[in-house]
Each structure stands twice: as C-alpha cells, then as structure tokens.
Design a protein around this ligand. Sequence first.
Ligand code: B1M
Length: 210
Amino acid sequence: MSVLSDIADLVQKGKAQEVADLVAQALDEGTPPQQILDDGLLKGMGELGVRFKNNEVFVPEVLIAARALNKGTDVLKARLVDGDIKAIGRVVIATVAGDLHDIGKNLVKLMLEGAGFEVVDLGTDVAPDKVVEAVKEHKPDVLALSALLTTTMSAQGDAIKALNEAGIRDQVKVMVGGAPVTEAFAKEVGADAYSEDASGAAEIAKSFVQ
Ligand code: B1M
C-alpha cells in the first residue's frame, strides 16, 4: 500500500500518532500537501462517512477518526495556510437558540471539514441576531443550523426569518437538520435543504458550491 492509502486507512482506524507520522513522512518524500489532504486524510474520512451513513461504524469511531484527521491536518497546517490550497467553500454552523446539544452539530462540522470546507462554528444556543451577524461577517456559502429538541426546531425558522428581515436571505443557502427535523419542516420554514445525517449534510453543501 502507498503512504497515502495507509494514511486514509489509519484515519478510519483513528490512529492519530501514526497518521501524524505518515503525513510528516509523505511531506519529507516530497508529496504535495494538497495530495496528502485529498488522497490521504480526506479520502479516509470520506470512506468513513459512507460507512457511518450505512451504520457500519458509529459515533465513537467517527469522533476518534476526527481526532486522527485533525492530528494529520495539524502537521499539514503551516503548508495549508502558506501553500495554494483553497477551501472549496465556507460554512457557518450553529445549534439554534435554546438548544445545548452539540454532538450532532460537531459531526456535521467534521464531515464538512472532511469534504474540504472552512467551517465557522458559532457553538450552541445561538440567537437569530447572532446568526445574521455571522452571515454578514463571514459571508458563507452555506448556513447550517442544527436543532435537537422539538421545542427549539422553530428557532431554525426564526433564524431564517431574521435573515429575510436583514435583507440577506438570498446571499446564503440554508441547510437544517437534527433528530426532530424533517424535510417537510425544512420546506415549511423556508430552508434550502435538509439532511438527516452528517455525511448527507456534507454532500448537500458540496452540491451548493459545485
Ligand atoms: Co438531550 N434530549 N436534553 N441532552 N439528549 C434528547 C434530544 C431527547 C430526544 C432525549 C429523550 O428524551 N429521549 C430529548 C428531546 C425530546 C424532544 O424534544 N423531542 C432531550 C431532552 C428533553 C433534553 C433536555 C430538555 C433534558 C432536560 O434537561 N430535561 C435537555 C435540554 C437542554 C437544552 O438543550 N436546552 C437536554 C440535555 C442534554 C445533555 C446536555 C445532557 C446532552 C447533550 C450533550 C451535548 O450535546 N454536548 C443530551 C443528550 C446527549 C441527548 C441524547 C441522549 C443524545 C443526542 C445526541 O447527541 N445524539 C438525545 C437522545 C437521543 O438522541 N437518543 C437527547 C447523537 C448525535 C450524533 O445525533 O444530534 O441527532 P444527532 O445528530 C445527527 C442527526 O440528527 C444529524 O446528523 C447527526 C449525525 O448523523 N444532524 C444534522 C444534526 N444536526 C444536523 C444539522 C444538519 C444536518 C444534519 O444540517 C445543518
């Protein structure tokens, strides 16, 4: 196996130190950072994302793989910033007002980063005016809103309404998700897209920037 396919494999196995060592080795051997990112780190996370969607692996494995991917990215970071690698797009992500659940949001963020997006994470319990401020400031391609409670899913609609009132709704694609959210609800509140899971969210975000 090549070093890059070893990296992809070790990301999926969550072997953080081995991933970091192999990324350093690949750099030493002259492999371009972009290739290490695409054909090693992101390939591994992409493959894991498919297995996650098919219920072949679960949350702990994904979180451990994320840690390994991050460790590899840390080694690449200086080159990523200084080199000519460009993110494929920018996403602002938040869990909506009144909601403190962030495990799903963090998984969506992870899959988005794995797909090559720069992600601005506003955290949890994010009020509509903060969402508007962030869209104005970061000018994302996609706004991703997560809600886990039946009592907070309406806050996704509130955030979209606030974007409308601020006159910036047409500047960003809005995607909603979270356990109680449905496709029908997404349409009802005026979102552009709904995904039931994290890997689907990354696929939809990619379709928005392609
Ligand atoms: Co809470 N909680 N919780 N809780 N909690 C649920 C959601 C609940 C279903 C449990 C239950 O009663 N069966 C219930 C909601 C009931 C309802 O509204 N219908 C509930 C409740 C009631 C509460 C409190 C009100 C409890 C209380 O205090 N009485 C309280 C509310 C706090 C608040 O937010 N204001 C509360 C608190 C908490 C903890 C803080 C203890 C903790 C959260 C810790 C944290 O997130 N850091 C917690 C947890 C862990 C859960 C459960 C057990 C697990 C949620 C989770 O992380 N799942 C949950 C029960 C359950 O789901 N079985 C529960 C794993 C995660 C990967 O899945 O977040 O669904 P999920 O994300 C998925 C998809 O939904 C999707 O992708 C992810 C991965 O594929 N997705 C998106 C998510 N966001 C997306 C965005 C997208 C696209 C896809 O695009 C933008």
